[in-house]
Ligand binder design. Structure first.
Ligand SMILES: [Zn+2]
Length: 270
């Protein structure tokens, strides 16, 4: 499942193909993904020039010179294919540029989404309206966390997964950041002191930053025809390593709560 770094990598991979380009053909190949695709999405994009690509949480953003922003979510299995040799049945949107390049949004399980809104009203787009700050942005600080977590009895792990507190963090990166910050995932969120919150904020930024770096180096592969954006191999400190030894000499354990696995080390996370 694509997490924030995969979406960031995808956006960076789309940039050289789409930025500055006029969309000379736009093919919307089905009416819906997870929810309906706006009926006018195709006509609003056709003939428009892409002026900027960006990301908010796990959503990719494509701005045009008409003041529109197309918003895509990759769901469970979505990816963009660059210059595909042929269009397949899972390619639901195909963009062709004036330079003759093609980008196809492929999503076999269709848990993703496609929307188009006015760029000026992007903050009011329903999923964005209630979101906390970007984890890599300047507003995600220990002071923000202290305020947002005040009096919270839930675990710090649940709090970090709460999109109102910080946007776009998924299970893997929360496990990794807590491990890096040496904080036990079950610690009550409201009872973590400033020094540990500072360590946690740094860890969140570090694990995301190094994953994006790994994704960036994997972008080379996308230069080949039919390259697919968005997935790359990563090395985890704790995630998926149940029973293996931790860097501290302890053992990584797994706990399942509400259907989600938490990987942690009881020796160095407290
Ligand atoms: Zn450890």
């Amino acid at each position: 499942m694509p997490e924030l770094p995969e979406v960031e990598t995808t956006v960076r991979g789309l940039e050289p193909v789409l930025a500055g380009q006029v969309l000379s053909a736009v093919e919307v190949r089905r009416p819906d993904l997870r929810w309906p695709i706006p009926l006018d999405l195709g006509e609003r994009l056709l003939g428009a020039r892409v002026v900027r690509l960006g990301r908010r949480a796990k959503y990719g953003l494509i701005d045009t010179d008409r003041g529109d922003t197309m918003i895509f979510h990759l769901g469970m299995s979505g990816r963009w294919r660059i210059d595909p040799a042929e269009i397949g049945k899972h390619d639901h949107l195909v963009l062709t540029t004036g330079a003759g390049r093609r980008a196809a949004l492929c999503d076999p399980r269709r848990f993703g989404s496609l929307d188009i809104v006015r760029t000026e009203s992007l903050d009011r787009y329903a999923p964005f309206a209630v979101m906390g700050p970007e984890p890599l942005g300047n507003r995600f600080t220990a002071a923000h966390l202290r305020e947002a977590l005040k009096g919270r009895k839930s675990s710090i792990k649940a709090a970090l997964l709460d999109q109102h507190i910080v946007a776009g963090l998924g299970n893997i990166y929360v496990c990794e950041a807590l491990h890096m910050a040496h904080i036990a995932p079950g610690t009550k969120a409201g009872r973590i002191g400033t020094e540990r919150l500072e360590r946690l904020v740094r860890a969140v930024k570090d694990v995301l930053g190094s994953a994006i770096e790994a994704g960036g180096s994997s972008l080379r592969d996308y230069a080949r025809p039919d390259g697919q954006l968005g997935y790359f191999a990563k090395q985890w400190r704790a995630y998926g390593r149940e029973g293996e030894s931790c860097a501290c000499g302890g053992t990584i354990r797994r706990r399942v709560d509400s259907g989600r696995s938490t990987f942690f080390c009881a020796s160095c996370q407290r």
